[in-house]
Design a protein around this ligand. Structure first.
Ligand code: ATP
Ligand code: MG
Length: 156
């Protein structure tokens, strides 16, 4: 990784500019809430890739009329990013497998959306390269929340 001090707020705002048209075209409400100081040590290019993949998924797996909300919170020693959608959800049995390379829930349905099943494997790899943690909660037919948390300071 190319480590430097960067502001996650700037990164997320770039990602929003990149994806807002896509959300709008699909009729999805895309919202952003930012709290606190979100400056941290990390690789801005990779942090951007993480945010793009998670928000792209939230848009892809949420039907028209749904909501995608991104919360960015700067805390004392950590920065947290939550990507919350009101989409199709992921069943409890599928959840443990979604970070595997090439794994996609419901191949028949997702064939149309043209993905490869690599997005989340890359996200997990990049989060761990930053000594961060990623977690997911989901309810089928209700929606999904991906949360990632980073230390503000680079870990040894
Ligand atoms: P790509 O490589 O283009 O990202 P993909 O989106 O299918 O393809 P991943 O991003 O790795 O691959 O996601 C794996 C699978 O997890 C998806 O195919 C989808 O079934 C499920 N998934 C991921 N994010 C969500 C979400 N927000 N809501 C519901 N299902 C999701
Ligand atoms: Mg994806």
């Amino acid at each position: 990784l190319n480590w430097h001090t960067t502001n996650f707020k700037t990164i997320i705002e770039e990602v929003f500019d990149l994806l807002k048209e896509k959300a709008k075209n699909k009729g999805i409400h895309l919202d952003l809430v930012i709290e606190g100081d979100t400056t941290l040590e990390g690789d801005a290019t990779r942090l951007k890739q993480i945010a793009i993949n998670l928000i792209n998924n939230a848009i892809a797996y949420t039907p028209t009329g749904g909501h995608v909300t991104v919360f960015l919170k700067g805390r004392e020693n950590r920065v947290e990013l939550d990507v919350i959608d009101t989409g199709v959800g992921i069943s409890e049995s599928e959840l443990p497998r979604i970070f595997e390379r090439f794994y996609r829930v419901d191949r028949a349905r997702s064939r149309n959306s043209g993905g490869t099943g690599l997005g989340l494997a890359i996200v997990k790899h990049l989060v761990e390269a930053h000594s961060g943690i990623i977690s997911v909660t989901s309810q089928v037919g209700k929606g999904t929340t991906f949360s990632i948390e980073f230390h503000k300071e680079r870990q040894q």
